[in-house]
Design a protein around this ligand. Structure first.
Ligand code: ADP
Ligand code: MG
Length: 255
């Protein structure tokens, strides 16, 4: 299958853990302008797919290309600086850092500047510009000096997503960014995220999400997974007419 303009392209990716096959011959492409949601029951292989697509885990067989280059052996940090990012979970790694400091770690990574808690790198103009722009895009300005671990859960989650955006990626992969966020707040997170993507020049988004209402509202295409296999890959409206795939995805107890 030839898709020359795909930003991200997985070909026949299989991932085994011992004898267990977590992903089986998965093909996937992501093009500029797309918002693709990956759905499926728990254990379907969605997170494994994200891990393989971002270079965190190596596929057992098959290949992944980002902007035409094979990412085999390229670690997630290097990939992030090349423009392929996922939520960093910096918030969990450095819970005592403030919002501004957390975002400056990500900004330094983007600028390939060494970050140190003891330097004043967050006063650097370029770092500051990225941090300020990202805080504005995510409405986190008022929390600039709040330590991450003092933020309410929803805003902590938002900071995590924001730190991935501070890397100024071309492609953003998000694994359940609204997990643990109240249903009422989920739309807010999604709208903020999409606005930020527009402002920060993100070209394509791949989202893992359980909430089918969100998926229906925001995705241009849906990839459904079950037991490590891709069972559907189609435009959103076609997917919601695909009763067989839909039953598998929503039939397993997810709202
Ligand atoms: P999902 O995100 O769709 O819920 P995952 O990709 O996390 O599913 O997991 C798919 C399957 O692979 C699950 O059965 C899980 O237990 C297994 N799995 C995931 N990561 C590992 C690992 N590091 N070692 C062994 N099994 C794993
Ligand atoms: Mg998962």
């Amino acid at each position: 299958m030839s898709t020359p303009q795909a930003l991200l392209h997985a070909t026949q990716v299989t991932k085994r853990y011992g004898d267990f096959v977590a992903l089986s011959n998965v093909d996937l492409s992501l093009h500029g302008g797309e918002f693709v949601s990956v759905v499926g029951p728990n254990g379907a292989g969605k997170s494994t797919l994200v891990n393989v697509l971002t270079g965190l885990h190596k596929p057992s067989t098959g290949s992944v290309r980002f902007c035409g280059e094979d990412i085999a052996g390229v670690g997630p940090v290097e990939l992030a600086t090349r423009g392929l990012a996922r939520a960093f979970q910096l918030v969990n790694v450095f819970p005592e850092l403030t919002v501004r400091e957390t975002l400056s770690v990500a900004a330094c990574s983007h600028l390939r500047t060494r970050w140190s808690l003891f330097s004043n790198v967050h006063r650097d103009d370029k770092v500051r510009a990225i941090v300020d722009r990202t805080m504005r895009a995510f409405g986190l300005d008022r929390d600039a000096d709040t330590p991450a671990n003092s933020l309410p859960h929803g805003r902590r989650k938002l900071l995590d997503v924001a730190s991935a955006f501070a890397l100024h990626p071309r492609v953003m992969l998000l694994d359940e960014p609204t997990a643990g966020v109240s249903t009422a707040d989920k739309d807010g997170v999604m709208t903020t995220l999409l606005d930020a993507a527009k402002h920060l020049g993100v070209e394509a988004i791949l989202l893992v999400e359980h909430d089918m209402d969100l998926v229906a509202r925001y995705s241009s295409r849906i990839v459904a997974m079950m037991a490590g296999q891709k069972i559907a890959d189609e435009p959103t409206d076609a997917f919601f007419r695909n009763e067989e795939a839909l039953a598998i995805v929503v039939g397993k107890g997810h709202a």
